[in-house]
Design a binder for this molecule. Sequence first.
Ligand code: GLU
Length: 553
Amino acid sequence: MAFEKLAELIFPNVEHDREYYIEKYPKRNLKEGARVTRCAPSPTGFQHIGGVFAALINERLASQSEGVFYLRIEDTDQKREVEGAIEDTIMTMHKFGMDFSEGMTGQETSKGEYGPYRQSERAEIYRTFAKDLLIKGLAYPDFCTPEELAALREEQIANKITPGYYGEYAKYRNITEEEAIERINNGETYIIRLKSPGNIENRVEFHDLIKGDISFPENNQDVVLIKGDGLPTYHFAHAIDDYLMRTTDVIRGEEWLSSLPIHVQLFEVLGFERPNYAHIPTIMKQEGGSKRKLSKRKDAEAAVSYYHEVGYPVVCVIEYLLNIVNSSYEEWRAENPTADYHEFHVALEKMSKSGALFDLVKLNDVSKDVIARMSANEVYEQYTEWAKVYDEEMYNLVISNETMSKEIFNIDKDGPKPRKDFAKWDEVKDKIFYFYDELFYNETAEQIELPKTLSLENAKAVIEEYAKKFNFNAGSQENWFEDLKVIGAELGYCANRKEYKANPDSYKGMISDVAGAVRSALSHRTNTPDLYTIMQIMGEEKVRERFNKFLEI
Ligand code: GLU
């Protein structure tokens, strides 16, 4: 049944027809195999790490095929809109190495030929296609009140019937044009629904680029296309936008998989060629024996802001996410230790089909590796950039001791196995604080660590002698250690473990106690990088001063 008059009543003054838009937004002229993908967030203001994950996959696939990656803002649910959310999304993606070649560029601005890229500005386009479906009898107005719909649902559930608005339960599915016009003229409110041509008995075979071959029953629900506020539902907007923007691959969270039957049908009803689909497994977290979704409420790491606050270099998070996308990333990284991550080729079909496990321990491992590969200068730059925002005291100390700080960041960088001591910048202070007098001398006596085998008295006795006899300019780590052994032996500390074990009573302790005393006097800690290196970085004056102060404790 065609609804020409009704369509005109509901959508008067629609300027163009569907062909106009289809011609206005022609298939893109891109090289063979180039993919057009999108990031399509709702502007809620919360940046979830899952959003970055999905965007990263979209961006990588577009970039590596020399395609287009664009930003579309899905703001048809206007209640949820948060001010500044668009800029925030653009900034976040930019920080994570992703820039859009097209789409929204700010709150009010955009670039590209396939816009508007904000759904709230596309109302006229949705109206045009909804009107066309009405005219063709493929859609109809539904006058049910929310109460009626709730009652229907309850009844269906009570009778163990699939709930929803479909077939015989769709009260207005076969409404006549006259009745609809009359109701509208009487001021009744309505929404526009799809008149689903589907039959639940039919199965649809489908190939998802991540999930592989799947099949599902055809959709038979008369889903809502246009809501009471005149704006489209996600389903309707998705079909129209992704078709008119000529998206080649819709890569989105698997929470949309259950709506796929609706989308497949909508593309058919609208007469649109369908894009490829890839449904990304949800990011999960292991909790005890079970897995659950990474939750905005429970897990700090669900928020993108967390990674900035604790100071994960962005590239570490990206590399970790790439690890989740393709487990072969780790092997690739091992074979190409210095390559840029952009050189890795993301392959959707190699992605795990089930939940992607998000694991902070693994992130830390990846991050330590990445930071270990950075030069001392790079660590300095990135650390100070972070500290400037999140730790002003460290920022001031580090920049006012630039040379020393760079030497600290350079400890054990050159060898074949560079030190992996930092996973994130908020760990730095604890590990290097002792180089800075302002922090070191602020420690209380309780904070001073000593080897378990050494009393403070004995440690002081060691330092008293050592301070007198040690040669600061030993020339090498080996000479320095020989020197330490000689001084230790004079004080009664054994340099040989076996000998000590055989005759523990003949010694005061072991050479490790002597080193422990020196370490504690210089750092207040029992665990530090190589002592000789630390002393060289501190310089003789500072070292002697610390020995003297240690004796005063
Ligand atoms: N606006 C949708 C969301 O934020 C986009 C899903 C999609 O990529 O199609 O979940």
